[in-house]
Design a protein around this ligand. Sequence first.
Ligand SMILES: CCCCCCCCCCCCCCCCCCCCCC(=O)SCCNC(=O)CCNC(=O)[C@H](O)C(C)(C)COP(=O)(O)OP(=O)(O)OC[C@H]1O[C@@H](n2cnc3c(N)ncnc32)[C@H](O)[C@@H]1OP(=O)(O)O
Ligand SMILES: Cc1cc2nc3c(=O)[nH]c(=O)nc-3n(C[C@H](O)[C@H](O)[C@H](O)COP(=O)(O)OP(=O)(O)OC[C@H]3O[C@@H](n4cnc5c(N)ncnc54)[C@H](O)[C@@H]3O)c2cc1C
Length: 664
Amino acid sequence: MSSHETRPCVPDLKKERLKCDFNVEELTNLIDGGKEKTALRRKLRSVISSESAYIDPIPPEYMSHEDQFSNELRKTCHTAMLMNKQNIDIKTLQLSKAYIGVLKDGDPLWVHYHVFIPSITGQSDPEQQKIWMEKIRTWKIFGTYAQTELGHGTFLRGLETTATYDRETREFILNSPTITATKWWPGGLGHTVNFAAVMAQLYVGGKCYGPHMFMVQLRDENTHESLPGVTLGEIGPRFGLNTNGNGFLRFDHYRIPRRNMLMKHAQVLEDGTYVKPSHSKLSYGTMVRVRVGIVRDTCIQLQQAVTIATRYSAVRHQSELIPGEPEPQILDYQTQQFKILPQISSVFALFFAANSVIDAYYSVTAQMDLGDMSLLPELHALSSGLKALSASDASRGVEICRLSCGGHGYLASSNFPRLYTQTTCAITYEGENTVLWLQVARYIIKSYRSAQNGNNLKHSVSYLSKQPRPVRGDLSNNGLLEAFKAAVFKLVSDTEGRIQRVCAKGQNYHMAWNQCSLQLLKCAEAHTRFYVCEQFVRKVEMAKGTENVKKILKNLCRLYLTHHVSVNSGDFLKSGSLSQNDIAVLEEEMCSLLEVLRPQAVSIVDAFDFDDGQLNSCLGCWDGDVYQRLYDEALKSPLNKTDVPEAYYKYLRPLMQVGLKSSL
Ligand SMILES: CCCCCCCCCCCCCCCCCCCCCC(=O)SCCNC(=O)CCNC(=O)[C@H](O)C(C)(C)COP(=O)(O)OP(=O)(O)OC[C@H]1O[C@@H](n2cnc3c(N)ncnc32)[C@H](O)[C@@H]1OP(=O)(O)O
Ligand SMILES: Cc1cc2nc3c(=O)[nH]c(=O)nc-3n(C[C@H](O)[C@H](O)[C@H](O)COP(=O)(O)OP(=O)(O)OC[C@H]3O[C@@H](n4cnc5c(N)ncnc54)[C@H](O)[C@@H]3O)c2cc1C
């Protein structure tokens, strides 16, 4: 049983926790990746929790934009110092769940650690790395990833910033020729970082070689002033992540040494000779890495949301289930269970998918370091698909959790507004979802055609080689996976056929592609969903541990499968892989799973092991003392400092003194 068992909580939550029939600690260990990792995370958390520097002087919602930024920069710099003292790698801390809750609305140095540094290590040659990494380690360099421009974020080949090689001086001249060439969005660019990895169109001898990456100093290392030829600023308030310091940048014929081009993959030699990379998309490598990381990150955001929603649903009583009886916990309504439990199953699906794509990332990049690029296209498709699926599932999930908390879910003190803005931006950044789905579709259609021509396919798409034939009426996990394969196969073959038909009518291929892109999106999502389901089934089959924990995992997996079959039932019916009766049986099973899992719901989310400081939510606190917390939090509003606000004297009283002239 969990170590939290004995802590006081309201009777409703106590009752829920007493129903627990599995070992919460064991599930926590599984999610952390082992007992040792749980211990390490808790150790890190105890270091963090005891730091008074992380206490916000007032709730950040009531601070100005400038004060919010400064407060978060203070905390992120404090963390760097603290980790230095404790000899802990800050990147490890930041990726650990232990750090959640410290920074409330974005970290101005996050892109430095997780996008800029991997760009330097992944894109520069050993000599360059030695020089720059030393300066990064000694905190002389803080950087960002400056790729997106006002005019182009998605279409990298359309970037307008130029880097023109000057053979005479052996320098590159960076220039922003138009307003739309202004770099726009990079995290920390506004006023935090002094360097940037800048994506620019490489020009040598009048010829354009496409987007390449350059290491560019933007601010003086001592005064922090922007350097001549560089214009910098912040882009203004955003939907969320307001303390990330997202900035803009313009170059006016700004010169940097030749060796500031990142030269691991492509080079420009002193005489201007261009040496091309072994794969044309290697300069996109950082994006692949961050997309992989986003799957894990969005999964953790969803964990927070379901913890809040589940605990609140156990504490909240509303309406009558049976006339005349006491008001039930809202978690007893089937409709409420249907809002929350599929989100809990989604957490586990994303968790297993994240682990598998992280493993794939490391194994493919190790092969690439040995010169074998053959698995890169598959990794690109997989990471793009999982980034898109996790970001959209998690943000939809967070919103469903918010809605499941009724009016109180709309309060800032529920923490849903922040969680939502943090999750939904993952749909946009690191490759807008629709665009990434279309990249997945491109890979699937290409693979399908290749199989039609008798070629072997890579593992993740091998089922597209020939029409799968699921066994009718087999509704086991494996049976459903086979049905999934058949449904995706049908979507892909129909879509490919449609593209051909449009082309046969005289349309060129690109226009035909556009005309079929709604179906292409469906193919991409269905293929990625199948991958997630398959990983879920296989990882649960392989899971070690006590029977009761395995039972929880099996039930969650089954809920995930039945839910996604039900949501996409049309695809299964059209492919003939499931009958109407099969769908009805599966939907009934889904409803009984809600009932089976309901008594364990609070304990499952307890296993995510967030403390109250991390959840930062009046609704999700461990003890369930929801109403007192909501009331106390409201009292912190600056408007409550006085009974009659100044605005009354300025505006309302004069109005009331005039009175209405007409009788309207
Ligand atoms: C494992 C690690 C674990 C540890 C985890 C550590 C990290 C943890 C992370 C946690 C997160 C917490 C966040 C909180 C804080 C907020 C921070 C916010 C940060 C946000 C930063 C940003 O937001 S930063 C900007 C991102 N901006 C994009 O993301 C642009 C999208 N736009 C494109 O990416 C290209 O523009 C696009 C569309 C491909 C077309 O590119 P294009 O036009 O050049 O290419 P085409 O479409 O013509 O395709 C031609 C052929 O190239 C193939 N191909 C294309 N890409 C390829 C590739 N990468 N690899 C291989 N192959 C590729 C393709 O498949 C075709 O192959 P084929 O010909 O065989 O079919
Ligand atoms: C919080 C946040 C942080 C960010 N941090 C960074 C950073 O650190 N560094 C950085 O360089 N950038 C950063 N970005 C920028 C981000 O990467 C881009 O916004 C993103 O890649 C989307 O590009 P876009 O804004 O040009 O959207 P657009 O491409 O203009 O998208 C607008 C619409 O057009 C559609 N569309 C575009 N192309 C196609 C197509 N080919 N087919 C079909 N539909 C299409 C999209 O689906 C979307 O509906 C950040 C953005 C955000 C929101």
